[in-house]
Every structure is written in structure tokens, then in C-alpha cells.
Design a protein around this ligand. Structure first.
Ligand SMILES: *Cc1c(COP(=O)(O)O)cnc(C)c1O
Length: 453
């Protein structure tokens, strides 16, 4: 084990290929289905929404997929990201465990999301697309795509969940700084938006509704494509750049990981860290434990059903086989906006079904407590989403202490919380509560799952 505090790679060490878990899974991922026929959707069904290169990646079973040079050149602005040993946190906890974290908050928009936003903008521009349209919850994805659009000269239009639009004016300003246009959702601009506004003129919006709006806009205009910030296979693929770097950095630290930890919303930062390690394990390497940390208020992996469901609320997307709380489920407004999604990436869901990973759910108070402890030891203020990973990593370290066990923990710190200080202010003011999800609305949402087969 090295005595260093941080493990840095040089610009020439940025991985030149992404890793595809589908190549090493014992069984192929279940295909997306056409909701009308129940048959697998062909590439042509996705063509109105995504460029051909991304559709190809979505269904690819090739293990390594080259990262284009122009994408690498943008990655160079902040990659490789640092990997730290949390020595002060270890001391504070009095644990024999060694805690490492990969820090993705050094990207210009402040999270892991540009790893895929930049790749998606590149492939769209390469195929002559003029404008990208997307949704955003807390604003992390919208600002990442806005940044990527600026890098490649693409217009970006973002449907932002209305509550966040009102609560997070700075994220909106960041998107506008990068040249994107930001629209509160539900809006009057789409059929889906008008439908939800007719039900409730003050509708707070949800990620599922904003997705419906963005998909509708893209489907109607051949020069416009849609971009998704999580869940889909190609998004998870692009995020593996961070896990591949982390593997090299753990070699520099001269350590073998026992436990990997990540927070999960749609599953992309978690997959980005974890899949390259799982791939080694599946090819006969060392077995490790993998923990996915989710909010108790939106417990997709721990309480959801593994079934085919829509990716959006209006029921316009193909059906994905995933852990889901039902596409009609509107999660309570916890501060970790990026974790409030009814579904989970199909590949992460499959990994859970195969017993390759485990899942735990945490209330937001316990997460903010962990986030504050982390900030006071390590200096970095975690994004509310990332505090779930911090909580799970601290719990692992405390368990190791109880058992008097050395344990090497590596977690992904997916982003910083500089745009989320209101959440911390609310926490300090005692204004945050643990919001349990509503059993009754969950039951109704699960009853409404589409029937397949
Ligand atoms: C969006 C976001 C997440 C959740 O999304 P995943 O696809 O599950 O990674 C987590 N952390 C941060 C900082 C985010 O912005």
C-alpha cells in the first residue's frame, strides 16, 4: 500500500476505449420491446431519437469500443480525474478500513455526466444533427449537455422539472451561460406537457414527464435528436472511462479493492465505476463486493419490481426490462434530485438479478450527516446525490471497525454540491425530513405496469 494521499494519472493515461459489460455477462441483456407488439424493437425504432453510432453502441456486445480522438480532446479539459485516499475521514471514524474515492466533481459542470454528454454531442454532430433536446431534474444533466453542445457547436434545449427550475436558478443560469435554452416542464410546447398541465396547472413536474416532452420534440423534427443522461447502455458505456482510470489508480496505490460503492439514480456513475471491475471478475478475476446506494424515498432497486416498463411517464418510449417503481410513480421531492427516477439502468438491474451487486436504501438525513462529516474531513462538499455513496462507504468502514477487519473501500464521489448549498442550508436549519415513499401510490403505479408476453 502506498503512503500517498492522491493518485494522479497524466493526460496520456486517459483510456482510449470504453468497456462494455454486455461482452462478459453470462446471458445477453433482455432487449427493449415495442409496447404495441411486445416484439424486440429494431434500430429503426430508435433512429428518430438517436444517431446511428449511439444505437449501434446501445446493442453492441463488443468488449472495447474506441473513444474518438475529438472526444478525448475534450476529456483532456478535466480528465484523468483524481483518486484520493480519505485519510482524515479514516482517522475521524477510527476505522482500520482504507477508504479511497474517485472524484468526478472536477469536470467543468461539476459531475460525471459530461463523460457521456461530450460523447453524445460528438456522435450527433458527426451525423449532421443541429439541435439536441433533453430533460433535466436537478440540472446536472442539462448543464452537462449544454457544456457538451458548446464544445461541438450544437444547439441544446432542456426541459427542466418545474420544481427544480424554480428552486435552482443557478443551474439554469449555468445552462444559459453555455448557450442552452431552458424550459420549465410540464410546458405548453408539447402535447404531453399540455396534458399534465390540464390535470394540474401548477404541476411540479417529474423526470418522467420531462422525458416525455423532450422525446416528443425530437420525434417530430428530423434535425433534432434526443439525449439521455443515464439508464441506457451507451450512457453507461461512456461512463466506464472513470472506472478504467480508477483501476489504474488503485494499482498506483498498490491496493486491491474489497468493496466498491456508488450512488444510483439511473445507474450511470455507479456502472461507470463498477463495470470494469465486474468485467475482470466475470473473466475469472478476484471477486469483490459491490454496493449500490439509493434514496429510501425512491427505492428502485430495494423495493421495485424487475419488469418491462416505460422509460417515461406518458408511455411513449420502448419498454425496458429494469427494476422499476412504475412509470406513474412520482417520487417525493428529496434534495437528491438526480436520484428521483422511477426506473434503473437495465444493465445495473440485470447485475442485481445475477447477484453481482447488492443494493441499500438510505434516508436523506443520514446522507447529509455523512456529507457534512466528509466535507469537514476531506474538504469537498459532496452533491446531495453523492452523499448516498459517502453514507454507504462510511457504514462499510464502521462495520469493518466493529469486526476489527482491514477492508479496502473505493467509492465514486460523482459530483460537488456547490449548486446545492440550499439543501445543506435546509439541513442545518433542521428543515429536512426523511420522506418515505407512499406505499399506496407505489402499489397503484406497479399495478399499472404494462402487460408483456
Ligand atoms: C445525475 C447525478 C447522479 C445520478 O445519476 P446516475 O445516472 O445514477 O449516476 C449522481 N450524482 C450526481 C452528482 C449526479 O449529477
Amino acid at each position: 500500500m502506498s503512503e500517498a494521499y492522491k493518485f494522479l494519472l497524466g493526460e496520456d493515461d486517459i483510456p482510449t476505449a470504453w468497456y462494455n459489460l454486455a461482452a462478459d455477462l453470462p446471458e445477453p441483456p433482455p432487449p427493449p420491446l415495442n409496447p404495441a407488439t411486445g416484439e424486440p424493437v429494431g434500430p429503426e425504432a430508435l433512429a428518430p431519437l438517436f444517431p446511428a453510432a449511439l444505437i449501434e453502441q446501445e446493442v453492441s456486445t463488443r468488449r472495447w469500443i474506441d473513444i474518438p480522438g475529438e472526444v478525448l480532446d475534450v476529456y483532456r479539459l478535466w480528465r484523468p480525474t483524481p483518486l484520493y485516499r480519505a485519510r482524515r475521514l479514516e482517522r475521524q471514524l477510527g476505522t482500520p478500513a482504507r477508504i479511497y474515492y474517485k472524484y468526478e466533481g472536477v469536470s467543468p459542470p461539476g459531475s460525471h455526466k459530461p463523460n457521456t454528454a461530450v460523447a453524445q454531442a460528438f456522435y450527433n454532430r458527426a451525423e449532421g444533427v443541429r439541435r439536441l433536446v433533453t430533460e433535466t431534474g436537478a440540472g446536472q444533466w442539462g448543464s452537462s449537455l449544454a457544456f457538451a453542445g458548446a464544445m461541438f457547436g450544437l444547439e441544446v434545449e432542456v426541459y427542466m422539472v418545474r420544481v427544480s427550475y424554480e428552486q435552482k436558478p443557478y443551474r439554469r443560469a449555468l445552462m444559459e451561460t453555455y448557450g442552452a435554452r431552458c424550459i420549465p416542464s410540464p410546458s405548453e410546447r408539447t402535447e404531453a406537457g399540455r396534458r399534465f398541465l390540464a390535470e394540474d396547472p401548477h404541476h411540479p413536474g417529474s423526470l418522467g414527464i420531462a422525458i416525455s416532452e423532450a422525446v416528443e420534440v425530437a420525434a417530430k423534427d428530423p434535425e433534432v435528436k434526443y439525449a439521455l443522461g443515464s439508464v441506457l447502455n451507451h450512457v453507461l458505456l461512456h461512463q466506464t472511462v472513470l472506472g478504467l482510470e480508477a483501476m489504474e489508480q488503485m494499482k498506483l496505490a498498490d491496493e486491491e479493492v474489497d468493496v466498491l460503492v456508488g450512488c444510483v439514480g439511473g445507474g450511470s456513475n455507479f456502472a461507470g465505476l463498477v463495470f470494469p471491475f465486474l468485467g475482470e471478475q466475470l473473466r475469472g478475476g478476484r471477486r469483490l463486493r459491490v454496493v449500490a446506494a439509493e434514496p429510501a424515498a425512491c427505492p428502485t432497486l430495494t423495493r421495485g419490481t424487475y419488469a418491462y416498463d416505460f422509460g417515461d411517464t406518458a408511455g411513449t418510449t420502448p419498454l425496458l426490462r429494469m427494476h422499476t417503481l412504475g412509470s406513474a410513480f412520482v417520487p417525493p421531492p428529496v434534495h437528491a434530485g438526480g436520484l428521483r427516477y422511477h426506473g434503473m439502468a437495465p444493465l445495473v438491474s440485470q447485475a442485481l438479478e445475477l447477484g453481482l451487486i447488492e443494493a441499500r436504501a438510505y434516508g436523506q438525513l443520514a446522507c447529509f450527516e455523512a456529507g457534512v462529516t466528509f466535507a469537514r474531513c476531506e474538504g469537498i462538499v459532496p452533491a446531495p446525490e453523492s452523499t448516498h455513496a459517502v453514507r454507504a462507504a462510511i457504514d462499510e468502514a464502521l462495520e469493518a471497525k466493529e469486526k476489527g477487519e482491514e477492508r479496502v473501500i473505493l467509492f465514486n464521489l460523482s459530483g460537488h454540491g456547490h449548486f446545492d448549498m440550499q439543501a445543506y442550508a435546509d439541513y442545518f436549519a433542521g428543515a429536512l425530513r426523511d420522506l418515505p415513499y407512499d406505499e399506496e401510490s407505489l402499489r397503484r403505479a406497479l399495478e399499472a405496469l404494462p402487460q408483456v408476453g
